[in-house]
Design a protein around this ligand. Structure first.
Ligand code: 8YV
Length: 328
């Protein structure tokens, strides 16, 4: 008798080629309407699925996992960050979690660099002005921003994405500084001419631009707290393409409004998709709807990784992108 194919439930619409392959390989339930699933729908899904393919928009917490059926063994996340999944609760139930690292590094670093350029050079502010028909012609003192070249960039989190940002930034004449749990290799420091700051507080006080590139974990929640934001100088810009929860968004908004921080470029928010309405009133901010890795190529590569993780797992092998819960 042929072996029963595993039931894979995918929570959001994925690229067509990925969905086609998924259906060839597994008994697959897709979400062709792409409507985010409610908590009740996620519970119903884990009651019957063998494998769940969630995204950043699905909160897979312990309450959902307690409803999982005995054959539910794999959460194959479509995305690198897994802060929306209770990985400890999954481990306790013997459920493996995988992610899609590596394939969105360059795209996310490009978007980070785009924000590093866009905010000090007032890119979207200028475009808004022109589109609104408010451009009265060139003037020597119109729309002056700040020079990028020669400034100091402080990167928080020098992993794959942080170092890809550093490579780009170096080419734009920024000097590279970073704070990380540990120093990167001497070779990488030399290549990037990067300066390590063991003390985040001290780095924050001395930078022109800060880029957040660390994951959101219990240890990095509000890492840029009101206290730390106050350490920065009024000419400093903040860019975040990692997770909104790493910054106290209310404090950041308040301080930009008060002129204590120069501006920010945010691709991620603390309560996505909600955005603090006071942020929307500010000119010196560039706000994007979580598009850091949104390229067609990137989404297909992410889907391929999900397929490989599921296939190797159901074939009885260790999936390549297994995530270990914090502390392991
Ligand atoms: C993804 C991301 O688009 O992979 C991540 O961690 O933040 C995004 O770039 C999203 O998470 C997909 O689930």
């Amino acid at each position: 008798m042929p072996k029963k194919r595993p039931l894979v439930i995918v929570t959001r619409k994925l690229p067509d080629s990925i969905e086609t392959r998924m259906m060839e390989l597994f008994d697959t339930r897709l979400n062709v309407d792409d409507k985010p699933m409610s908590k009740a729908e996620l519970i119903e899904a884990v009651k019957v699925a063998d494998v769940l393919v969630p995204t950043v928009t699905d909160r897979i917490d312990a309450a959902i996992l307690t409803n999982a059926n005995d054959n539910f063994r794999l959460i194959a996340n479509f995305g690198t960050g897994v802060d929306h999944i209770d990985t400890a609760a999954a481990r306790q139930r013997g459920v493996t979690v995988t992610s899609t690292p590596g394939v969105l590094t360059e795209d996310t670093a490009d978007m980070t660099m785009a924000l590093i350029l866009a905010v000090p050079r007032r890119l979207t502010e200028g475009e808004r002005l022109l589109r609104h028909g408010d451009w009265r012609g060139w003037s020597p003192t119109h729309m002056l921003g700040h020079r990028i070249w020669g400034k100091r960039l402080g990167i928080i989190g020098m992993g794959r994405i942080g170092s890809a940002v550093a490579r780009r930034a170096k080419a734009f004449g920024l000097s590279i500084h970073y704070h990380n749990r540990r120093k990167v290799s001497a070779d990488m420091e030399e290549e990037l001419e990067a300066t390590y700051w063991e003390s985040l507080d001290q780095m924050l006080a001395r930078m022109d631009i800060i880029s957040v590139n660390c994951p959101h974990t219990p240890a990095t929640y509000h890492l840029l707290s009101a206290r730390r934001l106050k350490l920065m100088q009024p000419q400093t810009y903040v860019v975040n393409t990692a997770r909104g929860e790493v910054i106290d968004e209310n404090a950041l908004t308040r301080m930009i409004r008060n002129g204590e921080i120069a501006g920010c470029g945010l691709d991620v928010f603390e309560h996505e998709p909600a955005v603090n309405p006071k942020l929307l009133e500010l000119d010196s901010v560039v706000l994007l709807p979580h598009m850091g890795s949104a390229t067609i190529e990137g989404r297909i590569d992410m889907g391929e990784k999900v397929l490989i993780n599921i296939k190797t797992f159901v074939d009885g092998h260790a999936p390549p992108d297994r995530v270990l819960p914090d502390g392991f």
